[in-house]
Each structure stands twice: as structure tokens, then as C-alpha cells.
Ligand binder design. Sequence first.
Ligand code: MIC
Ligand code: SF4
Length: 758
Amino acid sequence: MAVAANTPIELINAVYGRLAERVTLGRERLGRPLTFAEKVLINHLRDPQNQELERGRSYADLDPDRVAMQDATAQMALLQFMTAGLPEAAVPSTVHCDHLIQAKSEGRIDLAVANDVNAEVYDFLESVSAKYGIGFWKPGSGIIHQVVLEQYAFPGGMMIGTDSHTPNAGGLGMIAIGVGGADAVDVMTGYPFNVRWPKLIGVKLTGTLSGWSAPKDIILEVARILTVKGGTGAIVEYFGPGAESISCTGKATICNMGAEIGATTSLFPYDAAMGRYLASTDRADVAAAADAHAAHLRADDEVLADPAAYFDQVIEIDLSTLKPLINGPHTPDRARKVSELGAEAAAEGWPMEISSALIGSCTNSSYEDISRAASIARFAADNGLVAKTPLLVTPGSEQVRATIERDGLLADLERIGATVLANACGPCIGQWSRSDVVEGDTNIIVTSYNRNFPKRNDGLASTLAFVTSPETVVAMALAGRVDFDPTVDTLINASGESVTIPVPAGMELPSKGFTPGESSFIAPPADSSNVSVKVSPTSDRLQLLEAFHAWDGNDFLGLPILMKAKGKCTTDHISAAGPWLKYRGHLENISGNMFIGAVNAFNDAVGQGKDQLDGSTRSFPDIGKHYHEVGQSWVAIGDENYGEGSSREHAAMEPRFRGAKVVFTRSFARIHETNLKKQGVLPLTFADPATYDLIGEDDRINVLGLAGLTPDVPVTCQIVKPDGTTVDFEGLHTMNDEQIGWFRAGGALNIIRQRQGV
Ligand code: MIC
Ligand code: SF4
């Protein structure tokens, strides 16, 4: 397949060519006007006539237009794809090298080091991409979501990506869904993408942003209202006059961070701001095509007039009254006004000093973001101020970096002391070689990223991370303190004068257009018969996969509890990133991090528990290894929203590899629940949430009647106490017949292999 550095207009025209007819069909089938998300979904249904469309219940088969993968998840996705026996990917797909570059010194040096240190992984990804007709974006090209927005996204399109922040493309009116690698393998092997027909949350925006308030504040407010699980199973659709006042990249920031409320995705309707962005990124033809179909690239008028009648929930936010917000630590729904942080820090006993300030990431590194941040830096430098903390900048793409360099914006930031890192994830995902603090030093960082989970940025549990807009981060860096409110407070400069920082002033798009910088896209060859995929048998970073065994047909009896998690247990707790990213292509080695961040509900220890076979206390990964070696299957237990955060399927594959049969929780995050199903682990929720409290450290679990596993029917389970008494409970599941088939086959990939005859 010819995969280019952009989405060909022919593909876009084909999507638009069937749009009107599909919209009519959708209105007929549902007997009512449609929201924008519904139009895009219906236009991508495999069987639009017959697909059941019950919100929150039906599973839908969809055909996305594209697949995107980043290097830390692409390895496992493509190792799985390789075992499926296909000559090439069935859908245009790309790989983006962004997660494996460590931030240590500055961009160019760090990139050169990464090219050396990660050579075998990059060689694997480049060769496997060439072999299977996949486009390859080299390290340094930028962060997947920014590159997708600049090159591939289009209004009314649909894509999946092996990263939870794939919804970033919703800023350009695309339904873009974050998935685990196994979902990507389905689509790349020509099978549909299967997902629950979503519920719909409407967010009506009125008024306009002003002063220090930024698009980031909109999503911080939405997350505050909805909480980290409030978007589960839903698409968040924005609309209203306020929506049109936000730039395309600002909309992308909002959609990006919709991942933090667990939403399936988020999107904005097509408007003039998107048209301007398309034209500015060399896609005037896409803008013209979208203009011609604009009536179908938005919700129907009746929906806009009476949203409560069409959405499951409607939130209204007046942008004119929205104040700058900041969230953290530890959870993305803990937001308060910037002006209130100082008082809260004092009450909580947090330090007032900021140890580092970081801007950029896939969330907030657009030209507009950097120009607003740079406007403050320029003023500060002209008025005798410098940053009082280290200030690190990660540009989202080479195109943005080259353009902000050309326009002097990077120089503005450097004048106040900023260091420009590589165009990559860097400190956002723990790729941060930081030596100024050590574990135990309680310290505060402020970032313009999206997540603030413990240990995420620097691996230190004692770092408290706060998330806000880039302009607020820069202002706080100038003050060096969290009790600084740039809207009212002043700073003292080098001459002892009191200085008020002016309101940030940015530019939506570069007046001279974007400059591409050093292009680093490699298209797959037309004939890949001579390409061989490079995996060394002695590698400790890459390991070819062996198929998991099918279910043996027996009930699960007497399974020990390897881990019972207390409180928040995100995928960062289950399969940590940072130093572990280097093992993302080696299932056995990465299993060394299994549950190391989880808090043991029996004694509050982090990452360790009791080995039921010998009574010893060991790390969770060591217990897993021991059980695996002796063939002892086991279960894990989680609390609410278990598996929140990343799409990394390692968080499901590691337990599967080490012998997990069932994960019980009070509730699951969507991507992680699917990842467990895909790998053949049963995800069950307690019918009575209080059952969680009844399970003791030395108890065993029985899971019964598995031969009769049926959609919508609870599974009978038992807690077996050490004295042999039992407590019955019900486990609920969300599997349809097909997904029960994955469980029986020992994972969805085994079914694809059977169908392909391998
Ligand atoms: C993240 O932001 O947590 C990541 C790292 O981008 C992950 C993907 C991964 O773990 O590789 C995500 O968001 O899905
Ligand atoms: Fe990379 Fe951070 Fe964005 Fe994830 S959230 S893709 S780690 S920049």
C-alpha cells in the first residue's frame, strides 16, 4: 500500500462521497436528527443498514480510515501483527518515534543519544514498517498526535491510534479513538474495529476566552465537573458559539485531554478555524472538500436548538467567565483556580517553591501555545526577569519547532533560561534524566502536559505534578512559586522594580506559514519482498511472541490473589513507563514491572505482597514470575476506574503472560478493559461493590460455570476463606458472543490466526 506523509485527497473524497447518503440513512434508522459524532460513526459503519445502534449497549463494527502507532506501543502491536500472516497492513498506517527519547541535555544531543541507544528498536520498527506497507516517522519528527493533526487528520474522518491521546485529532473534527495494539491489529488485518456504540455528552460553549484563560482551562473545567471516570463509554461533542472562537489547535488540546475523563473520544464540528489550520498546513484542498460538505460536518440544527433532547448529558460552559485553572497532584480532576493554589498549598503543607516548569507535549505545543508563552518570556526578558526554575520546552513536532525557531519564539524562551528538548514526549512519560531532586524530596513541578499521576514525570513518588496552560506555566516559572497569580500579582526584577506581567498575546497561526524543518518520513517501498524484519534472537529489548494457550474448558478453582490494589490503580501503576519503556518490545522483560506502582490493599506497601505459595514477602513481579514458573494461575483485584490512563496493552499482557485468569474490580477504564478481553483475561466487576472489602489476603477465588459464559449473564464466583468457608458473589461482565470467543481461544489474536490459517 502506498502510504504517504499525508492523507490523500482521494481517500477524503471517498469518505465525503458517501456522507450525505449515510446521514440520511442514519436519520431514517434513528428516526431523528443526528449529532456530528453520530454522522461520522454511521459513515464508518461496516454494515450501516443492520448495525444495532443502542447507546451504551450495542457493539458496533467500524472501518477507520487510518491507524497510527507510537514507538512504545507499536512494538507490541507489530509483533502481534507479524504473527497474523498478512502480507501488508490493510488500512493506511503509520509509526511515529516519539516516546523513547530521553531528555537529559538538549534536543539535538538527546536525539543523537536516542538514535544510538534505541538503534535496534528503531531498526525493528523501520524494517517491520517497510515490510508491511506502513509509513515510518523517524525519531525527531515529533509526537504522534501533533504529526497526525498536521499531516493526516481531516474533518469527518475516523482513525484509531495505539495511544490514549489519539482523540487529539478531534480538534480537526475527526473521530479518533485510542486503543490497545490488539485493536490496531484487527484493523490492520482487515477486520473491523469493534467498540460500544457510545453515549453522547454534549458540551455547549458560549462566550469567548479572554485574558489568561486558555483552551486548557476548558478541559480542566470539564474534567473537574465530570471526574476521571465521567466520560467512560461516551463521546464528548463540543458545540455552540464559543466553540467557533477557539483555534483548531486549541480544540485539539481540549480533545486530547478528554482521555483524562475516560471518554471514548471527543470532537468539535468543522468550522472556519479548522479551515484556516488546514490551509496553513498545506491542505487547502482538504479545506475546500470539507467546505463543500460542511452541512454534514456538524450536528443537525434541531440538535443544536435542543441539545438536552439528543445528548445523554449536557454541560454548558461560559468561556467569558472561565478563570485560569490548575490541576493536581495525582489526579487530573483535582482542579482549582490558579489564584487559589497558594492557599491550598499552605493548607496541605506542600512546598511553595516550584522545582521545575515544563511546557509542550502532545497536549500544548502548537504555534499558538508557544507564541502566547513566548510573549510573556519576551516581556520578562525585556524587563529584567528570568525564570527562577528550570524551564523545559518539548516542541510537538519538527514543523512546529522549525517554525517557532524561525519566528524567534524559541529565542524569546531561551532568553529567560529555557532549554529546548527534542520533539518528543520526554519528561511527560518519565524520559527525564533529572538530578536536582531525589526520592523523598517533596517538590512541585508545573507542566502544560495532560497527566499528573505519581512518578509519571521523573519516577519519584515525592514529586507533586500540577497541570495548567503553557502561559501560566511560564508565568509561574518566572515567579518560581505556586502562590503566584499572574492576573493580579507582581514580580520584582533585577533592578528591584515591581513588574506586572501583561496578558499573553499569541498568534493562532504563523503569518509566514509553517516551515517543515528536517523532513523525516520514510514511505514503505512498493515491493517489500526483499525486506527482512530485524529482530535479534539475543535481544533483551525485542522478543518474538508466542501464542497464548486457549482456555482449557475448566472453571477456575482456588486461585490466589496476587495483588489487591487500594485506590487509584492506573496503567502507570500496573506497567510503569520511564526506564521500563525500553522493554516495550519484550514481554518477558517488561513483566519485571508488573504492578510495581500498585498500593497493596492489605498493608499499604507499594509494589509488593505475600507469595501465597511460600508465605514470603516479595515484589509483585517476583510473585508473578514464581507463580508462572510453577504453573499457578491467579487473579488480581482493583478498585474504581482500574486501568485508567494509558492504552499500553502491556498492562494486560504482562498479567496474562504470568498466568492471570481474572481481574476483578469495582469498575474498569475502557481501553484497559478491552485490552484484558483481547488478551484472554476475564475482566469482571463486582455486582455488589462491597464484595471488594470482603476479600482477604489469604483467600482464594473460584470462578464457576465458565462453560456457560453468556452475554449479560453474571458469572458465579466464590471467595474461599482459609478455613474453607465460602462467600458467594456475582461478577458482571460486558462481553458479547464474539468477545466470549476471544476468552475461549486464549486471546483475540488466536482467532485472527485461525481465520488466516496460520
Ligand atoms: C501516556 O501518555 O501515558 C502514553 C505513554 O502516551 C500512553 C501510551 C504508552 O504507554 O505507550 C498512552 O497515553 O496511551
Ligand atoms: Fe507522549 Fe505525553 Fe502525549 Fe503520551 S501524553 S503521547 S507521553 S506527550
